[in-house]
Design a protein around this ligand. Sequence first.
Ligand code: KPL
Length: 321
Amino acid sequence: MSKANPHNTPQHPWYILGAGAIGSLWATYGFQSGADIRLILRDQKAVNDYLQHGGIHLSIEGKALICTAPAECPSSLATPIKYLLITTKAQQTLDALNSIKPHISDHAVLLLLQNGLGIVEHIRQAFPLATILQGSTTEGCYRQSAYEFVHAGHGHTYIGNASQDHLQDDTRLTEIANTLSFPPLAISISDNIDEILWRKLAVNCAINPMTVIYNCRNGELLTNPKSRNHMTEVVNEIINVSTAMNRDHWLTGLHELVIDVATSTAQNRSSMLQDVQAGRRTEIDAITGYLCQLAKKYGVDVPINQQILSEINRISALDKC
Ligand code: KPL
């Protein structure tokens, strides 16, 4: 029996592209609250594994929640996609979107919820009529095994119009936010999502690659004087880039923010450290790489971040040997 949908739902299901930690978090709470959620997995093998595993298992404070939402792969998709939540890793996004492009309606709503920046410009070119939204979340969720996740900490999520995009009015945005606010996940709309994403990028530049270089948890970056100094240098360069872009006011208190995030996530292994340890490609190009591209465009020297970019690429290449 299908569950009643208490949400102010769109007429069409929400498809979720990417069953990593954040995609699985949304899929599970959405499924549990009766929303029409469909997962898009990489291929038929992934769909079979998902079915064999009995769906996604999410544990939260000792309770286990299960999501058995329908899962499809690019070759089995039938219905046109009107609402798509994109939670793939930044570097996988374009390939994943291209694999389902024929199924995406011209005027679809595409909401990106992932670390890193620079992808939206490519998506806009490929889907010129779509409404492209971006989001940022502080929900803490990590993967234990293929379809097992832990919702480790509650956070908040903001969404907003990607800059220069077809502007959605606030009512429509609120409606979209409501259709994805599956308790306990809460989404608010922001009229300056670019600022939120820029601050998040800065925090990710200052923490994620450093945990790989120093091979440590987030909190240990602060207790080791060498890594702490190194982080300060990274942050100073980010502020210089922001100043050249007239965005310095977006980074007020950045040094303190980085310390707060490293303190409140002290026990975490950053997503980049987890990627390196699992032999996966990292998001460095969409994080430090994107910062370095902007630095070049605005004529700002960022030697420390350049060095970090090379170092992470070197470490990732070694892993593949
Ligand atoms: O976003 C993160 C990540 O690991 O990607 C932080 C904030 C650094 C928490 O671990």
